[in-house]
Design a protein around this ligand. Structure first.
Ligand SMILES: [Zn+2]
Length: 270
């Protein structure tokens, strides 16, 4: 089973650690992982599997399970709270380490929000809303680029986090689209679309498959475009979150950040 422990451990994967971790996963879990990623399924951590495990990626698991261990297949925002306020805490945003200006980061959020609002009838709002999601920036370490709570059929507060290592506008925009995908209830997709666990840099935005999956959760097609609103400075807002859901991060060693290109195959080196 690929579970939360897998995800938190994933951030530490680097070379030899990856091999050790893969061995600890056990053959069945590794076989599931290989199947999801289209690798040869043998339950053993060969070089291609280890390479895949070291790619920078989203911190959510590829196979989502609830606390009882059951597969999560459908989760969304309830109809009673389809207007969701994104509360962005910029205090951890680091222009020099991220290589992107705050105005460009704001632009990436606006563009991603606008795209999702046009695709489905949830309204992701940058000013106010029925429910809210706190977004912040931290050093996530290891291979983890970003992380988000998954919609869970209730209107409670949720959280989203982005790493403060190097970004570009395009990579951040694609990653925000991906994390918002989780926020509305989408799990990872093994196809090379926005919801693939790593960034597919050649994508221009949401694919028809991503939108079709979102509509499959029970949302209706989007109608109105949300007008641009100013961001609200939140400062050191602390969200009250279920401790089990809270994503734990610890200082970790540096990891070379690498983004995959569409159809890129294994090259045998990092
Ligand atoms: Zn993800």
């Amino acid at each position: 089973m690929i579970d939360r422990d897998y995800v938190t451990s994933f951030a530490e994967l680097e070379e030899t650690i990856a091999a050790e971790f893969a061995n600890n996963m056990g053959h069945d879990s590794l076989a599931l992982y290989q199947e999801f990623h289209g690798l040869h399924v043998d339950g053993w951590a060969g070089p291609k599997t280890l390479f895949q495990m070291q790619l920078p990626r989203c911190g959510r698991p590829d196979i989502e399970r609830d606390k009882a261990g059951l597969l999560i297949e459908e989760a969304k925002w309830p109809n009673s709270c389809l207007r969701v306020h994104l509360r962005i805490d910029w205090s951890g945003f680091n222009e020099s380490s991220m290589g992107i200006s705050r105005s460009d980061a704001e632009r990436a959020f606006r563009k991603a929000v606008k795209d999702w609002n046009a695709a489905i009838n949830i309204v992701l709002s940058l000013d106010d809303g029925d429910a809210y999601t706190t977004i912040d920036f931290r050093n996530l370490g290891g291979s983890t680029l970003a992380w988000s709570h998954l919609a869970n059929n209730n209107c409670g507060s949720k959280q989203q986090r982005y790493d403060i290592r190097r970004w570009s506008f395009h990579l951040l925009y694609l990653t925000i689209l991906h994390e918002i995908g989780h926020l509305i209830g989408l799990t990872h997709d093994s196809q090379r679309v926005i919801m693939y666990p790593s960034i597919i840099t050649s994508l221009e935005g949401l694919t028809s498959r991503d939108i079709k999956r979102a509509l499959g959760l029970g949302y209706k097609p989007g109608k109105e475009e949300e007008p641009d609103k100013p961001f609200i400075q939140v400062g050191n807002h602390k969200a009250e979150l279920d401790p089990v859901e809270q994503y734990e991060t610890q200082p970790r060693g540096k990891c070379r950040v690498r983004f995959i290109e569409v159809d890129q195959d294994w090259t045998g080196e990092l």
